[in-house]
Write a protein that binds this ligand. Sequence first.
Ligand SMILES: [Zn+2]
Length: 275
Amino acid sequence: MAAPRVIYEPKPGSPIEVDREFYDRLSRETASRAPVERFTVPPRTGRAWPVRAGEIFRIVAVEGPQVADLNVWNLANPRERFWAARTKQLHRAHVTTYDRLWSCLPYLRPMLTITGDTIQYGRDADGAGCHDLLGTRCDPYVHKMLNGEEFDLCCHSNLVRAIAPYRLTELDVHDVLNVFQVTGLTVDDRYFVKASPAKQGDFLEFFAEIDVLCAISTCPHGDLSVQMWGDDAGDPLTTCRPLGVEIRRPDPALLRGWRSPEVSDYRGDHGLRRG
Ligand SMILES: [Zn+2]
């Protein structure tokens, strides 16, 4: 049997291997950051907010474990949005510090770079990791199919309501990064979840490489400690908590040498161009 082979092994200077010194300095120098905005997202709701290129934001477990489903768009062009599947291939299925969130085709550039992760879960004995790209958002269609109920507070719906003020719709919601969510695959290759390990004050921190619109849902399944489907399913309402979002502007001196990335310069036109 052939040995496993990592498919996107970065070459020196590759955009999937970041300048760690630059991002370390950014993440260390917190005292000089200027506050931009901070707010709380109540349980079982959603909220969208813009972040300018060069700013930093955190998603904070302000009261303890709670999963957040994150979507990201280019603020000026919502067709350019986070591409979860490619990010999983370029980095890993559970992202952490120095990993980046990439945009979809035909753009393909880093939208966000992770500059801080207080969870540092690594891989556990079951092969699980935290901050999940294996799965996606919960949605009312699957709820109806499996439980027969009409439920309007799924992450998909929370994101739909969150982005409505930005004139985006359900069709703009896409596959998410499940922040603070521990997942893996069983030995027979089935998706599993575990209770979120986040403690009060834990955060995941991002640097905005371009102007973005972000949105999170505070998942109605809370910290995922209660079984959602099947005979031993319970009501996870008591495990639902708010999340905090904090946006700050770092000292411009720290950004010296950094340039907001351009979209892909592939101009091959897929072989369609004639002559
Ligand atoms: Zn959810």
